[in-house]
Ligand binder design. Structure first.
Ligand code: PLP
Length: 418
């Protein structure tokens, strides 16, 4: 559910006309609905309320501080994968005691920053990383809290690029080596193992992979406890899918209904790391039709948003609904919606039946709130776009559009070229 709906023939973000926002802030433009974001976050918090938990929003899906602040104000934590994300989480007001840090390539500086910030725990992905965290925390005369990220070898049946929990992937510690890693970690002076983590992939549209992975992980936790381990936290990762085209993914309450009964009596604190399912359908990308071009086999609608603004269609062949901002009675055309970037892979939609669009009209690329702005770039020297948050009848600019001078701000000209 989201709050981007037509009022008559005009698309609204909550109570505000999308056309008005496009005219005021320019395009391409990301627009987010505050009440959708909050509703999606609270759907998780309510679903798991019967079990001690922290909902750690996954910053990689959308790292805008204003958006993260919404979750921070409602008791949310953060799942981070870099020093930059840690900086943003803290700036957004997430308490360090609710921050968990995954990622296979944490650098010494990042580890130091996280230790200094006193985050809840590192989700450790390899033996080398364990030893490095031990070394760095030793130099800081502290003890690092860690969870072992276990790779349970479960197929989440999603796109291969967003599958993370199979043996072939770089993520986590293979489940068969996990006990050995635990024994190593518990012998390291500056490490305290307090949790177990897993994350098997993203855009998962069934409950069963979550259940299967959890069962495997719980068996391992029981084994660890038999060894006398004090495991307090179980981090089940994120990954719940959303509706892009015709998927009907389970809801947070379906996940909770299936997971909580497996956990009971174990006295664990549960961590959930949703990203896409909170922000995905809470954001749209608005773009303007620049030119129309008739090809031999199809038409091209050339718009002002490119793969640098929303890379998912080019990168994953992902589908996003494209809706006219103002609905008109028109014939349908078979077309590609393409951007201005000099790559054939620069498209927002391929081989679509869309109502004819005229030059200057606006289109809304739906379900663009997750892995949209966060994966955007300056490719083709295009300034990154503005972001706006709508709350009822109010709208707020939450990120300025970059300027041309931003494109060269960090560059330096060597003296001999001056
Ligand atoms: N946790 C970890 C460790 C991840 O790698 C990811 C995404 O890849 C997430 C959480 C969030 O996943 P999603 O946005 O599918 O909920």
């Amino acid at each position: 559910m989201h709050l981007f709906q037509y009022h008559g023939n005009e698309l609204f973000a909550e109570d505000i006309s999308v056309k008005m926002l496009a005219e005021k802030y320019g395009t391409p433009l990301y627009i987010y609905s505050y009440n959708t974001l909050l509703r999606h976050f609270m759907a998780y918090d309510d679903a798991f309320k019967k079990y001690p938990h922290i909902i750690c929003f996954s910053l990689k899906s959308n790292p805008n501080t204003a958006i993260i602040r919404i979750f921070a104000k409602h008791g949310g934590g953060a799942d981070i994968v870099s020093g930059g994300e840690l900086y943003i989480a803290l700036k957004a007001g997430i308490p360090p005691a609710k921050i968990v840090y995954a990622g296979v390539g944490k650098t010494e500086d990042e580890i130091r920053f996280a230790l200094k910030s006193n985050i809840l725990m590192f989700n450790v992905e390899s033996e080398d990383e364990l030893r490095e965290i031990d070394r760095v925390s030793g130099t800081m005369k502290t003890k690092a809290r860690v969870a072992l990220r276990i790779n349970p070898d479960i197929d989440p049946e999603t796109h291969p690029y967003i599958t993370t929990g199979l043996k072939m992937h770089k993520f986590g510690i293979p489940i068969e080596d996990a006990l050995e890693h635990y024994n190593l970690a518990s012998g390291l002076k500056n490490i305290k193992v307090i949790g177990i983590h897993k994350h098997i992939g993203s855009q998962i549209t069934k409950v069963s992979p979550f259940v299967d992975a959890l069962k495997r992980i719980l068996l391992f936790i029981d084994k660890l406890r038999d060894h006398g381990a004090k495991i307090a936290y179980l981090d089940v990762g994120g990954g719940l899918g959303i509706h892009y085209k015709d998927e009907e993914p389970p809801l947070p309450k379906d996940l909770a209904k299936n997971l909580i009964p497996l956990l009971k009596d174990r006295g664990l604190k549960l961590i959930v790391e949703p990203g896409r399912s909170i922000v995905g359908n809470a954001g749209i990308l608005v773009t303007k039709a620049l030119y129309l071009k008739k090809g031999d086999v199809k038409e091209f609608i050339i718009v002002d948003a490119g793969m640098n603004d929303l890379v998912r269609p080019s990168f994953y062949d992902a589908y996003h609904h494209i809706l006219p901002v103002i609905r008109k009675k028109r014939n349908t055309v078979y077309c590609d919606v393409v951007g201005p970037i000099c790559e054939s892979s620069d498209f927002l939609a391929k081989g679509r039946e869309l109502k004819k669009v005229m030059q200057g009209e606006y289109l809304a690329v739906m379900s663009a709130g997750a892995y949209g702005f966060s994966m955007s770039s300056n490719y083709n020297s295009r300034p990154r776009v503005a972001e706006v948050l709508v709350k009822g009848k109010e709208h707020f600019l939450i990120r300025e559009r970059e300027t041309y001078s931003d494109l060269v701000r960090n560059e330096k000209i060597p003296a001999f070229l001056k």
